[in-house]
Write a protein that binds this ligand. Structure first.
Ligand code: GJV
Length: 415
C-alpha cells in the first residue's frame, strides 16, 4: 500500500457539520458538530486524515464543511432565535439581578458618577428588565437614557419603566443593538455583556458595533476595560468525583471507562467552578486585557496571552482556573474607578470561575515554574462560541538535574 504521507497537502481547516462517533479499531476520530479540525490528507473521497485537538484519525469527508456561506447559515451561526428566547423568560434575569455583587457594582458606578451624568445621554445595551436604566434615571439626572433590548422581555421593561415613573427619561427600544436607530449620539454606553471566560456569547461584538455607531467622540464605555485572569490550580475534589471514581467503585475495576470520563468531563471547561483559596498553586496573573475604547471586532477572532507562574507551594497541578474582572473609569478627571472582579478572592458572582482540567494531573513543587500561553479562538462558524488553547511548560529542579515537561490542550466552549 502507498504511504499515506505521500498524499500530504498543506493542512486545511474544516468545520464539522454533524457529529460522528468514530471506531477506535479503524483509527477513526469522534467529532462533534461545530468542531474545528485540520485535514492533513484526503486519503479517499470518503475518508480524510484529520487532526482534532492533537489527535489524528480518519473522518468522513461529507461531514465536513469549509465554513458557512449562505445567509441563512450565517444567521443561525449567531443562534439568535435561541439566544434571545432564553432572555425572554425570567430565569436568567432573576439570576443576573440576584447577583448582588454584579448589580450593586453597576449601581455604584452610577452613584459615584451621578454628578457627571447630569444632562448626559446614555445607552444601556441589552437592558433586560431595565435595571441599569432605572438606576441612571433615579440616581442621576441624565438628559435621556436609551434602553435597548432584543428579547421579548422588552415588553415588560416598558411597563417597569412606567411603574417606576421613569418614562420621561428612559426610552425603551426594541430590537438588536446592531439594527436600532437612536435619535442622537450618546455620551455613555453602559452594558453588562460579559460571559463565561469573559468572551463566551460574544455579546461584546454588539457592544463594539454600537460604540462605533452611537458613542460620540470622547464618550465613555462602561465597563471601560476588562481582563482575563489565570492561575494553575489543584482540583482534587472534581478530579476524584469524575475520574478517580472509576478506579474502584464498589471494589470493582472500572478504569476502562476513564477514557470516556476524560472525554465527557474534562474535554470542555467546567463553568461555575468555585475555586477554593487553598487550590491555587501560584499568584494569579492577568493574561488578556481589553480596552473597550479601542478594541476592534476583528481583534476578537484570536486573542493570545502569555503567563509565567512561580509556584508558591507543592501539590498536584490539575489544571488552570480562569475568571475575569472589569473596570469602570470615572467620568470625572482623576475620579476613582470601580472594579467588578469575579475571582475567588472577591464576593462570589453568578459567573463563578471556569476550570480547565489537564488530561492527567502532574505533581509539582514549590518554586517550579509554569510558563506558557492561552489562546482564545473564535469559532469560525458558531459565532458565539470559541476554543481555548493552553500551552504550558513546567520546569523545576530535583537534586540531580533540571526537569522540564510540556503540555498542550484545546477546550471547545461549547462547540
Ligand atoms: N441587542 C439587544 N439586546 C441584546 C443584544 C443585542 N445585540 N445582545 C444581548 N442582548 N452578560 N452575557 C440582551 C439579551 O437579550 C439580554 O437581555 C441581555 O442583553 C444579556 C445581558 C447578559 N448577558 C451577558
Amino acid at each position: 500500500m502507498e504511504d499515506p504521507l505521500m498524499d500530504l497537502v498543506p493542512p486545511e481547516e474544516y468545520v464539522v457539520l454533524w457529529s460522528f462517533t468514530g471506531r477506535c479499531s479503524e483509527e477513526q476520530l469522534s467529532i462533534s458538530k461545530g468542531d474545528q479540525l485540520m485535514v492533513h490528507a484526503k486519503i479517499t473521497p470518503e475518508w480524510w486524515w484529520a487532526e482534532l485537538r492533537g489527535v489524528f484519525g480518519y473522518v468522513p469527508a461529507n461531514y465536513l464543511s469549509q465554513g458557512a456561506s449562505e445567509e441563512e447559515e450565517e444567521e443561525d451561526a449567531w443562534q439568535d432565535e435561541e439566544y434571545y428566547s432564553t432572555y425572554g423568560t425570567l430565569n436568567l434575569h432573576l439570576e443576573m439581578l440576584s447577583d448582588k455583587s454584579r448589580t450593586e457594582t453597576y449601581r455604584r458606578v452610577i452613584v459615584d458618577n451621578s454628578a457627571s451624568l447630569h444632562r448626559k445621554v446614555v445607552m444601556d445595551l441589552g437592558c433586560g428588565t431595565g435595571i441599569m436604566s432605572l438606576f441612571c434615571a433615579q440616581l442621576a439626572q441624565p438628559a435621556a437614557v436609551y434602553a435597548v433590548e432584543a428579547s421579548s422581555m422588552v415588553e415588560h421593561t416598558r411597563e417597569l419603566v412606567k411603574q417606576n415613573a421613569c418614562e420621561e427619561v428612559v426610552t425603551v427600544l426594541q430590537g438588536r443593538a446592531e439594527e436600532i436607530q437612536l435619535p442622537e449620539q450618546v455620551d455613555v454606553l453602559v452594558s453588562e455583556w460579559m460571559g463565561n471566560c469573559l468572551l463566551f456569547e460574544f455579546m461584546v461584538e454588539s457592544v463594539l458595533l454600537a460604540r462605533d455607531r452611537w458613542l460620540r467622540e470622547g464618550g465613555m464605555m462602561w465597563p471601560s476595560s476588562a481582563a482575563l485572569t489565570l492561575v494553575p490550580c489543584q482540583a482534587h475534589q472534581y478530579y476524584s468525583e469524575k475520574m478517580a471514581f472509576w478506579e474502584k467503585p464498589y471494589g470493582l475495576d472500572f478504569t476502562p471507562l476513564q477514557p470516556l470520563a476524560l472525554q465527557e468531563f474534562f474535554a470542555k471547561p467546567k463553568f461555575s467552578h468555585l475555586m477554593e483559596p487553598g487550590d491555587r498553586l501560584a499568584s494569579p496573573a492577568d493574561v488578556i486585557c481589553l480596552d473597550m475604547h479601542t478594541l476592534q471586532v476583528a481583534d476578537l477572532e484570536e486573542m493570545q496571552g502569555k503567563f509565567q507562574f512561580r509556584l508558591d507551594k507543592s501539590g498536584v497541578f490539575h489544571g488552570f482556573t480562569a475568571w475575569f474582572s472589569v473596570c469602570f473609569n470615572s467620568l470625572e478627571e482623576g475620579g476613582a474607578p470601580v472594579e467588578l472582579n469575579t475571582g475567588p478572592d472577591s464576593e462570589p458572582t453568578h459567573w463563578k470561575q471556569t476550570l480547565f482540567m489537564l488530561d492527567e494531573p502532574v505533581s509539582v513543587h514549590a518554586a517550579d515554574r509554569i510558563s506558557g500561553s492561552i489562546i482564545l479562538r473564535r469559532n469560525p462558524v458558531w459565532r458565539r462560541h470559541l476554543t481555548v488553547t493552553l500551552h504550558w511548560d513546567i520546569s523545576g529542579h530535583t537534586q540531580e538535574a533540571a526537569t522540564c515537561q510540556a503540555g498542550m490542550k484545546s477546550f471547545p466552549m461549547w462547540r
